[in-house]
Design a protein around this ligand. Sequence first.
Ligand SMILES: Nc1nc2c(c(=O)[nH]1)N[C@H]1C(S)=C(S)[C@@H](COP(=O)(O)OP(=O)(O)OC[C@H]3O[C@@H](n4cnc5c(=O)[nH]c(N)nc54)[C@H](O)[C@@H]3O)O[C@H]1N2
Ligand SMILES: Nc1nc2c(c(=O)[nH]1)N[C@H]1C(S)=C(S)[C@@H](COP(=O)(O)OP(=O)(O)OC[C@H]3O[C@@H](n4cnc5c(=O)[nH]c(N)nc54)[C@H](O)[C@@H]3O)O[C@H]1N2
Ligand SMILES: [Mo]
Length: 767
Amino acid sequence: MNVFKPHSSHWGAFSGRYENGTLEIKPHPGDPHPSPLLGNIPAIANSDARIRRPAIRRGWLEGAPGNAGKRGADDYVEVSWQEAVDHVGKELQRVYTQHGPTAVFGGSYGWSSAGRFHHAQSQVHRFLNVLGGYVRSVNTYSSGAASVIIPHVLGPYDTFDRKSVTWDAIERSTELVVAFGGMAIKNADVHGGGIGAHIVRQKLSGASARGARFVSVSPLKDDFPAEVSAEWQPIIPGTDVALMLGLAHVLATEGLHDREFLERYTVGYDRFEDYLLGRSDGLPKTAEWASGICGIDVATIEELARAMARSRTLVTVSHSLQRADYGEQPVWMGIVLAAMLGQMGLDGGGYSYSLGALGNIGKRQLAVPLPTFGQFKNPVPDFIPVARIADMLLNPGGAYHYNGQALRYPDIRLVYWAGGNPFHHHQDLNRLRAAFKRPETIIVHETAWTATARHADIVLPATTTLERDDIGAADRDDLMVAMKKLIEPVGEARDDYDIFSEIARTLGKFDAFTENRTSREWLSFLFETTRTALDAGGYDAPDFETFWQRGELRLPLRSDEGGPATAFRKDPSASPLQTPSGKIEIFSQTIEGFGYDDCRGHPHWYPSRSASVSENSDYPLHLVCNQPHQRLHSQLDYGDFSRSTKIRDREPVRINPADAARRGIKDGDIIRLFNERGSCLAAAVLSEDVRQGVMQLSTGAWFEPHDRHAENATCIHGNPNILTRDIGTSKLAQGCTGQITRVEAERFVDELPPVRIFEPMVFEPSR
Ligand SMILES: Nc1nc2c(c(=O)[nH]1)N[C@H]1C(S)=C(S)[C@@H](COP(=O)(O)OP(=O)(O)OC[C@H]3O[C@@H](n4cnc5c(=O)[nH]c(N)nc54)[C@H](O)[C@@H]3O)O[C@H]1N2
Ligand SMILES: Nc1nc2c(c(=O)[nH]1)N[C@H]1C(S)=C(S)[C@@H](COP(=O)(O)OP(=O)(O)OC[C@H]3O[C@@H](n4cnc5c(=O)[nH]c(N)nc54)[C@H](O)[C@@H]3O)O[C@H]1N2
Ligand SMILES: [Mo]
């Protein structure tokens, strides 16, 4: 009988056993709240959605290079690995020789899978660097705006903003948490690289039992876990900055702001106050003013502001708020609000960006470095902000602004993707389809026939983590897992590392790419980084073979005292922030100097561009396109747990009963959501947990066009990115704005087209 072997995923450690064609999964015994996403894993072993052999788009084979017009609507021919590797090698050679590395886009954004070595993004970047470099992407879809604004006003991203407040401190000391964007517990199921223990529920319950008060500001009631009785403030999407200004106005006019803190630790409060009180623009940002915009009543705003001033208060701002028009503003304004309360650096008080959005944020930090696969240096200076991919492909040479720089888009001939799904993560998929017709060649490594694979020219089948050995470990989590291979590769799938090694061989770069190490040799080589540090710190430091035998290793954590905010509070001149002033920048001369109209020297309220009445009167409903509770992004949408949540094979969309009644929509009806960009089908779920005027359709249903030849395709499965707008947050960060869009909805009365996206791919007979 097979034994259960240790393994890991972005949503938790587990062990697995494969027997008689079935994969059995058990959560790690040390995990108090294992994620239901584990239920998606067994399908990996035999799903029809897996890619089993290399395949090439017929039009590309017949007309290479170019012949891009049919991308997304063409058939595929299965080929041997030999043939596929030859094609990829020759095409890379051609493009690098004729156009150089600035014609290759290896942005390759995406989460891929847990595992420190077989990390697809690191693999593809290293491979392209060995060939001479590539145009890269910067920042993330997660925090595109925050990661640019925070360094200007608070210092390096993921330092002060996320390492100053721990769950332990919240459990110990916090009296009031005001969570803008809530703290949806589903999101804490996940952390990039893995989670040894899901602790967020426990920590929130612990604080709640001690008497802490939670206020969840969100259009959805269930953005806070039910076991913690949070007060729900159902805000109109996209209006948090107005609410924050209203709160700040109460603080300032009632003298509840901490003037000493503002004086000692911040710059520019006066300039901001002129705006807040209306001295600079004639418009005081009173509670009444805020209430008229955000839909939360005046008395609530006033009471909340006073409570914030009198309690040990933590202000949190979710990622979702900044994945929207002018997304820089709520992040910055949240910092200003917390600065006015003067509690940054006090135990459990102050500001925490995106606490709860990932399972390990708020845990203590590791005391040792993790194994990391080197990517070499990329000599190409060209880059794009990650969410500008369609702009880049559609406008080679086009000018744009980013963080104080005037830039131009490169002319991309070849796109190489491994470990991400742009047809999941990008906005306005009809526009992305048009953009994907531009390059001469698109190469994708995928585990499954996602829409991205179906828009590629050369599709190479990659293994999943289950099919290979790796080391599982993540930021701020003490469990390191010996991820052992559980099943044989599905079909002819190969590890990304082996695929790149073989292509590198045809280009004479095998030694450079592999450094002559096998995968197993890499694992023990990479482990050595952590082992050396463990040894130096006097911790348990087994050699690789012993670790592998044991199956896991507990890593030491740092204490939670003395985070960056504590040190800064203690002595701002000895521990200044890494901002131009060394202080919190309520006014930023740098940003003001960029001269942008959509992100100025201090936080401003800007009404969302998609909310302007003239443009959108036909689309009265806000659509919240948030993260799915039943999977990670698009990953394993074919898994049992994800599929169990579909209704008549469609993604569920939640709608308030009053909005549904007005449209004659009943629970379980298939409805069509549409706006000026596109449309999709989804299954209506009537729910009072959704604010009136708001619908919620999570991301991640695999895009399936009704007619793959149509320019303006309808997604019959329920992917919200067919509806979202592809426009940057502002000239500062150019982040993704996919979280919220505007739509109308109606019952779908035509014959329902079947969802076929998980069925076996049908191939052209091979030549
Ligand atoms: N409208 C809207 N859009 C959004 C968001 C939103 O809130 N609203 N959120 C955004 C956010 S925050 C994010 S992070 C992005 C996520 O976007 P992505 O990270 O691109 O989404 P995933 O579905 O995780 O894509 C990972 C892909 O890698 C593949 N993969 C897994 N393991 C391997 C491997 O070992 N090798 C290879 N070659 N492939 C592998 C999987 O099959 C999957 O297709 O989406 C963004 N898009
Ligand atoms: N289960 C699961 N967990 C995940 C992921 C996943 O795919 N599945 N993805 C992970 C990733 S990559 C990331 S980046 C994080 C994302 O973390 P977040 O961006 O915080 O997560 P979302 O679920 O997109 O949004 C959280 C909530 O914000 C609310 N919201 C939306 N717009 C507004 C607004 O204008 N104002 C207010 N106040 N609230 C608003 C929505 O109701 C939504 O449910 O989640 C991570 N966790
Ligand atoms: Mo993300």
